[in-house]
Design a protein. Structure first.
Length: 130
């Protein structure tokens, strides 16, 4: 049972979802000059619940040495932050006409591949333009 979906109506009455585009990282190719060029699977029209990060979450981000503007988003599915050891992550979110990098998973609920799965991600604003 997806408890997030059970309470979304009440939450969205106070803080409506925002529709975003997600560029899900699917690896990279090597350019002619030897540089890495990231590849993305683009997912459009994804509803996310944007919320401020708690004090504890901000401290966790400081421990990761992540600086700049930060926010948290709740969304259905299985998403990940940057996991350098596994070579995963680098997902980009286009929210409010700005580009945000998914840095870490703050909450992870449900079984991957089921409709019950949802996450809370910490995002940090990027300099790149959308």
């Amino acid at each position: 049972m997806n408890l997030r979906n059970a309470v979304r109506g009440a939450i969205c009455a106070v803080n409506p979802d925002v529709t975003c585009t997600i560029r899900q990282s699917v690896g990279f190719t090597i350019d002619a000059d030897g540089s890495q060029v990231p590849n993305y699977n683009v997912v459009m029209g994804v509803p996310v619940q944007v919320q401020a990060l708690s004090n504890d979450e901000l401290h966790q981000m400081e421990g990761l040495n992540v600086q700049g503007n930060k926010l948290g988003v709740y969304l259905n599915g299985v998403w990940s932050g940057v996991v350098r050891k596994m070579g995963e992550g680098g997902d980009l979110f286009e929210i409010y006409d700005d580009l945000w990098l998914a840095v870490t998973v703050l909450e992870n609920w449900g079984v991957p591949g089921t409709p019950d799965a949802w996450v809370k991600l910490a995002l940090t604003q990027q300099l790149d333009e959308v």
